[in-house]
Design a protein around this ligand. Structure first.
Ligand SMILES: Nc1ncnc2c1ncn2[C@@H]1O[C@H](COP(=O)(O)OP(=O)(O)OP(=O)(O)O)[C@@H](O)[C@H]1O
Length: 136
């Protein structure tokens, strides 16, 4: 009997628009075709002459899986395989979609000249420290 094929990222999701770009790849707002749910798809960039998935990506995935258990951390919902135009395998990290990020949040305060409440700053600093200890 034939092994059931895992559906590819592009069969499962419809890309809506590019929302950002990080060190490791582009991020798209996308819609899950089966449910209509809006997600963030992070396409991982491949090193030109490398075969397979870069170790930095594998590291990011395993750390995110761990951190994603915390409700305060953006949730990594799934990891899907896809192919780029050259037929090479690319990975799509599927995240819950966030309307804002820390940079935009901080900028919103700068625009009005307000200060970020001290309690909020403390929460972010302790989260950053916790992250740092998890990664290093
Ligand atoms: N889950 C998400 N929901 C909505 N937008 C997102 C999401 N994840 C990332 N983005 C957008 O894409 C941009 C790039 O994100 P990404 O996580 O790839 O990189 P980064 O955190 O900016 O840098 P690095 O890749 O170095 O960690 C973010 O600044 C944000 O605007």
């Amino acid at each position: 009997m034939e092994k059931p094929r895992q559906i590819s990222a592009m069969e499962a999701f419809e890309k809506l628009e590019k929302v950002g770009e990080g060190t490791y790849g582009k991020v798209y707002r996308a819609r899950e075709r089966a449910t209509g749910k809006i997600v963030a798809l992070k396409k991982t960039r491949l090193h030109e002459d490398d075969e397979g998935v870069p170790p930095t990506t594998l590291r990011e995935v395993s750390i995110l899986r761990m951190l994603s258990r915390d409700p305060h951390v953006v949730r990594l919902m799934d990891v899907k395989q896809g192919q780029n135009k050259e037929g090479k395998t690319v990975l799509y990290l599927v995240f819950e979609y966030m309307d804002t990020d820390l940079k935009k949040y901080i900028r919103s305060f700068r625009q009005t000249g307000e200060n970020i409440p001290v309690n909020i700053v403390k929460v972010y600093l302790s989260l950053s420290l916790a992250l740092f200890h998890t990664i290093t």
